[in-house]
Design a protein around this ligand. Sequence first.
Ligand code: FAD
Length: 391
Amino acid sequence: QLPPIDGDFYNLDLKLTDTQRNLQLRVRQFMEKEVRPIANDYWNKAKFPFGIIPKLGELNIAGIAYEGYGCAAMPFLMEGIIAQEIARVDVSISTFFGVHSGLAMGSIYLCGSEAQKQEWLPKMQKLKTIGAFGLTEPNVGSAVSQGMETTCRFDGEHWILNGQKKWIGNATFADVIVIWAKDIDSKQVKGFLVRKENPGFKAEKMEDKMALRIVQNALITLTDCKIPETDRLQKANSFADTAKVLKMTRAGVAWQAVGCARGAYESALKYTKKREQFSKPIASFQLVQNHLVEMLSNLTAMQTMVFRLSELQDEGILTDEHASLAKVFCSLRTRDVVSRAREVLGGNGILLEHDVARFVADAEAIYSYEGTKEINTLIVGRAITGYSAFV
Ligand code: FAD
């Protein structure tokens, strides 16, 4: 039994083909059956539910928009729809999946040689091998394109990597971690496929997060980590290549924000219809309806925006600023939606039991990763004015 489709007010789902709609419903069913019942408990314990990985693999949705290597070559729209469906139930699982399928597989798909794609993508597509993506560092976040401190140097035989990466999702257990490092000689950023067993690679779990607690983020330390030339991403020759990956995944994060808002809105609507005060459902009060309608209008605006965003991607005309505008707008509006959802739940809004508290916390991570509000705003500002205001 599927839940009613409360959060698709303008019936955007009608725009999907039967095949796409069936896949969307399979993902929804999986999330309702396998993840909804366990999400709060794992979130509370800050543990990852490893048992779901093979079942998620059976859905055949990793790298869904890529061609070849076992991937389904579906439109990018489906990547967005899937991000929304997963995040609608749990944003952590959607982040785990986005890091693996978007950032890690995407780096190999866009920047890898044919041999690298053949080696990694088929097993990553089935989620038999898990990926991570290491760009951010302890001292450099927003300014990573300019101030990267992790270095690489070719010693004539191997590349030698030194430095630290912070916040790296999945990295405590990933089999392959894409590491970005600045070449001491050419001063250009290069990408490497670091295997978890590589000597000199260490990943320590980051503790005490107040958001996305299911995601296992790591502090990575690279100490004279030796990588063969065959594990250097052959088509990643400067930060412009890293940015190609980020443009694609930023669109996915906008969809993820929509999923988070949709999950919170649907939980709040259900709750307000059941909860009675003054002998009436609280949904019958005008002030509560105002919150619900504000949530729905934000959600609907976001959905129509990301739908067009994916069309731009499928038409091959997506720009960095298109992706940044959607990421800023959706992560900002999602914060408003989850806070109204929390409000109409009263005291229960801060209990995990009704899922809303988890969405409130997780919206904070969406707000900051894949470029903060300020950084994505500056990307759009530069595009529309012609002036760069970063420095
Ligand atoms: P800072 O760059 O220190 O920024 C702090 C504040 O200063 C922000 O408000 C920022 O907007 C503002 N600011 C900075 N520069 C300017 C400017 N020029 N003008 C105006 N304001 C400015 N990274 C990875 O590589 N891989 C991952 O898997 C990954 N997962 C993550 C998961 C989570 C839960 C989180 C929270 C982060 C993750 N990140 C990951 C890192 C994430 O991308 C960074 O947190 C983000 O880019 C911001 O960097 P920072 O946190 O260092 O903030």
